[in-house]
Unconditional design. Structure first.
Lengths: 221, 389, 301
């Protein structure tokens, strides 16, 4: 699903992220751990095509992201990748339903049709928020908000879900439930999961864990 | 469509902020438009009334006061002129004089004593009831009817005046026999009576059916013991025959006289006759006087425009600040949108859609307001002009 | 100001259209002239010919001096194209109704120096003191000379308002004037010797007639058409004795009983209609001539 080769990305602060090789199989769930500043989120941004590496190749779902134009990368991201953030990143002015469908509102790569709406409903139902679709985020609990965010990440039927500390803001009880939910829905959608996490107690649930400390290099001034 | 959807959702969710922005923007758009509409309507109304009134004859003095008195029945009271002046114009055969007696009022509205010719001259139509027929009757303008909530069958009592300081002159109760159709001119705010009725109010004409007077009550000669004692006179079928006028009608007063020349040449000849600065009368052209007034109004309007412009700039800056701050607040949303693969320019589209929606709604309100103003401009201007008079 | 010109243009067009429409309507409808008494109605009819409809609004049985028009009558008068007033205090109802001044013409305007004053009436009212009204004799048309002046005023008013063609009005006025002059001459002849015969009228109506032909007419104030009672007859008898009168002038035939009663006082009854209302027979001219002839005959010894 994801192939990373000889990836190099330099920060302005004098650090450098260097990943010789990293791969993720279809449907695989990979956790990335490591100290703060080790470049975990950077990797997600590179894989998503938000950032462009200085060197190396990234291939996602058989497409070389690093070779694409900005516009193509945006389309690719919108249609092939789902994102779940630590702060949920829901829009306060939209209802849960409209938050889930938000990706369809912001890109011509996706068409908001009846199927998409049905999918949103089904996902919400599966995530246990089927009866809260018309509420605004302010009227939802943290866990419910993250469920909405998970629905939003999966409604576009992505091949890859990028999770950036998705459970970081949740209470310990919720963490496992949300992660399981994410996994279950990703499995049903046939999507691989690449998750950055600090929650070591959750690591056993992943198929593979990658410690990121090894990839961070101090670049000589 | 999607950008508009999101913009609408955003504005609706933050409805208070949106409402403030809409109101401010709508006001900025509406105020100059409404001012323009009202001013041009009042200009039109003023000029139309001025141009519809060829000449006004009156006592020498302020031309504006005379014009306002004859055209708008204003509070200005030019010195009265003698009816012989009216007869002199009839005798000249050059014009039709329409005497106006505007010294009295009732219920805050001016009592305009004139002749039936005035109704024909102004094309006034009776909407309810009939025109003036008998001495003592009144026909009221549409606005008077509405404001006083009076109609055919009701009565008006002239306000007591000490102006002429005449003994034995009591207010006159006048039956309303007709209500005029609205014209959006000062005629809507007038109580029309025959000039002879005005003279009765003034005490020049009177009947012999004695009124109930304070003296009667004091001396106990009056049989009426209750408090509802009338202290005004009333012209009834029983006493109308006794009403008569003392002296020659030539000496009776008129406040002003509208003079309608038969043709331009007659007008020119007439104007020539009143040029003598020693003459106690003057013949003015209301159109010219009004034009002077309108020019003054428009000089004030220029000032108003500058004020409006300054306020508009300030308000636009405030709106700009509000929009800018809201964009800052939405930086997170923008970052999310980018991560989710928003198309290039999506953010700009979103903000543009929002601004356009705001302006559109504000414009809609401003437009609706302007439509309301322009629909009612004539009657409002009539009201404003009446206020100023 | 300049930008208003385009908006006034349609208004001017509209005004022009309305004028044309009004003109068309006028062409179809004859002008309507209202006269407050019969002589003026007669003159107006003579002068207007077919050009105008002349209306004498007073019912047959009512003295126009005391007529009190109903609202509907006033509407008729208000809507006329010309309203002919007699002046000289005749028909005071015009002071108590609203009429369009532009349509009013006082046919005795300018004749006031020839008016005859009657005695004053003094009264008081309100808190004010006494005041008096000086009366004016109103039956001006019983002097054909004044009648001519009134007819001329009527003719001028018609012509000025374009109610009838000026040439035709002038021709008809010339004819009317000469007929009135003939009447005047005939009356002068008929009454040449009547001045020496004191007369009594049952009503004060004949002041101008008396002045025009040098007659001596004292007046009573009897109710028109009523048979005099004993007191009235006594007053008449006293007055007749005092003045040496032997002719009694009635406004209208008082009936045999009244005439017999006055005959017995040695008075010759003559009916002289004052013509404010249309005479039973003939026109103003014919009735006037018949009346002066009868009066002349009665006065001739």
């Amino acid at each position: 699903m994801v192939e990373v080769e000889n990836l190099g990305f330099g920060y302005r602060g004098g650090f450098r992220l260097a990943i010789p090789q990293l791969s993720l199989a279809d449907g695989e769930k990979l956790a990335i751990v490591g100290p703060s500043g080790s470049g975990k989120t950077t990797l997600l941004n590179l894989v998503a095509g938000i950032l462009v590496p200085d060197s190396g190749r990234i291939i996602v779902a058989g497409t070389e992201v690093t070779g694409m134009s900005d516009a193509l990368r945006r389309r690719f991201r919108a249609s092939r990748i789902g994102f779940v953030f630590q702060d949920f990143a829901l829009l306060d002015y939209l209802s849960a339903r409209q938050n889930i469908l938000y990706p369809y509102r912001i890109t011509p790569a996706l068409v908001l049709d009846a199927a998409a709406r049905d999918r949103a409903e089904a996902l919400a139902e599966a995530c246990g928020i089927g009866d809260k679709l018309d509420r605004h985020p302010a009227a939802l609990s943290q866990g419910e908000q993250q469920r909405v965010a998970i629905c939003r990440a999966l409604v576009t039927r992505p091949r890859l879900v990028l999770s950036d500390e998705a459970t970081g803001n949740l209470d310990p009880d919720s963490k496992a439930r949300i992660l399981d939910l994410l996994f279950r829905q990703a499995e049903e959608a046939g999507a691989a999961v690449l998750a950055v996490t600090h929650d070591h107690e959750l690591l056993p649930r992943f198929e593979r864990v990658l410690d990121f400390a090894q990839y961070r290099q101090e670049t000589p001034a | 469509m999607n950008a508009l959807f999101l913009a609408y959702a955003y504005l609706r969710y933050h409805w208070a902020r949106s409402a403030v922005l809409v109101v401010v923007a709508a006001l900025i758009l509406f105020v100059p438009a409404a001012t323009q509409i009202l001013l041009s309507t009042s200009e039109r109304a003023l000029v139309a009334r001025g141009e519809a009134t060829p000449l006004v004859l009156g006592a020498r003095g302020s031309e504006l006061d005379l014009t306002m008195s004859a055209l708008y029945f204003s509070d200005e009271r030019p010195d009265p002129i003698r009816m012989s002046q009216v007869e002199a114009i009839w005798d000249s055969g050059l014009a039709m004089p329409l005497p106006l007696h505007t010294a009295f009022s009732s219920g805050g509205f001016r009592i305009v004593g004139t002749t039936l010719d005035y109704f024909g001259f102004r094309d006034l139509e009776v909407a309810q009831g009939r025109g003036l027929t008998l001495l003592g009757e009144a026909v009221i303008g549409a606005e008077v009817a509405q404001a006083l909530d009076k109609g055919v069958g009701d009565a008006l009592v002239s306000a007591p005046e000490n102006l002429f300081d005449l003994d034995g002159v009591y207010p006159l109760e006048m039956p309303i026999v007709g209500v005029l159709a609205p014209t959006n001119t000062p005629d809507d705010n007038a109580i029309f009576v025959d000039i002879k009725t005005a003279w009765v109010i003034q005490g020049i004409g009177h009947g012999h059916e004695d009124v109930v007077t304070a003296a009667d009550i004091a001396s106990g000669t009056d049989a009426l013991a209750n408090a509802a004692v009338v202290q005004y006179q009333r012209i009834t079928p029983e006493n109308i025959e006794s009403f008569h006028f003392h002296g020659s009608q030539d000496d009776f007063p008129a406040s002003s006289v509208i003079v309608v020349p038969n043709d331009t040449r007659s007008g020119t000849i007439l104007k020539g006759r009143y040029l003598d600065p020693e003459s106690p009368t003057q013949l003015v052209e209301p159109a010219g006087v009004i034009r002077g007034l309108v020019d003054r109004i428009f000089r004030i309007k220029t000032l108003l425009d500058v004020v409006t412009a300054i306020i508009a700039v300030a308000a636009l800056a405030a709106i700009g600040l509000a929009v800018f701050l809201s964009y800052r607040l939405r930086a997170g949303e923008i970052a999310t949108a980018v991560k989710l693969g928003a198309r290039r320019g999506m953010v700009l589209r979103l903000l543009a859609a929002e601004t356009v929606t705001l302006l559109f709604v504000a414009g809609g309100f401003a437009m609706a307001g302007a439509v309301v103003v322009s629909r009612n401009a004539e009657s409002w201007v009539g009201f404003l002009l009446a206020l100023g008079s | 100001m300049r930008k208003l010109i385009p908006t006034t243009t349609p208004r001017l067009l509209l005004a022009a259209f309305l004028l044309l429409a009004a003109g068309a309507a006028m062409a179809q409808e004859r002008a309507r002239i209202v006269a407050v008494n019969y002589p003026l109605a007669y003159f107006a009819e003579r002068l207007a010919g077919d050009a105008a409809e002349v209306i004498y609004p007073v019912p047959e049985s009512v003295d126009p001096s005391f007529w009190r028009p109903a609202i509907a009558d006033i509407s008729t008068v208000q809507s006329a194209d010309l309203i002919l007033l007699n002046g000289a205090g005749f028909a005071t109802w015009v002071d108590r109704v609203s009429l369009p001044r532009s349509k009013l013409v006082n046919s005795s305007d300018g004749l006031s120096d020839r008016f005859i004053s009657t005695q004053s009436i003094t009264h008081s009212h309100g808190d004010g003191g006494e005041h008096s009204h000086e009366g004016t004799a109103a039956y001006t048309w019983l002097d054909p000379d004044l009648a001519i002046a009134q007819a001329e005023a009527v003719a001028r008013a018609m012509t000025a308002r374009g109610l009838a063609p000026a040439d035709a009005v002038q021709d008809r006025l010339d004819a009317l004037r000469s007929e009135l002059e003939t009447l005047d001459a005939a009356a002068g002849d008929a009454l040449a010797d009547a001045g020496t015969v004191p007369m009594i009228a049952t009503h004060p109506r004949y002041q101008y007639l008396a002045r025009a032909y040098g007659l001596d007419i004292a007046a009573l104030d009897w109710d028109a058409g009523a048979t005099p009672d004993a007191d009235q007859l006594q007053a008449l008898s006293d007055l007749a004795a005092e003045r040496g009168a032997r002719i009694l002038i009635w406004e209208a035939d008082p009936g045999a009983e009244a005439m017999t009663a006055t005959d017995e006082l040695g008075l010759t009854s003559v009916v002289f209609p004052p013509l404010a209302t249309p005479p039973e027979d003939g026109s103003y001219l014919e009735a006037f001539r018949a009346a002066v002839t009868a009066l002349g005959t009665a006065a001739t010894p």
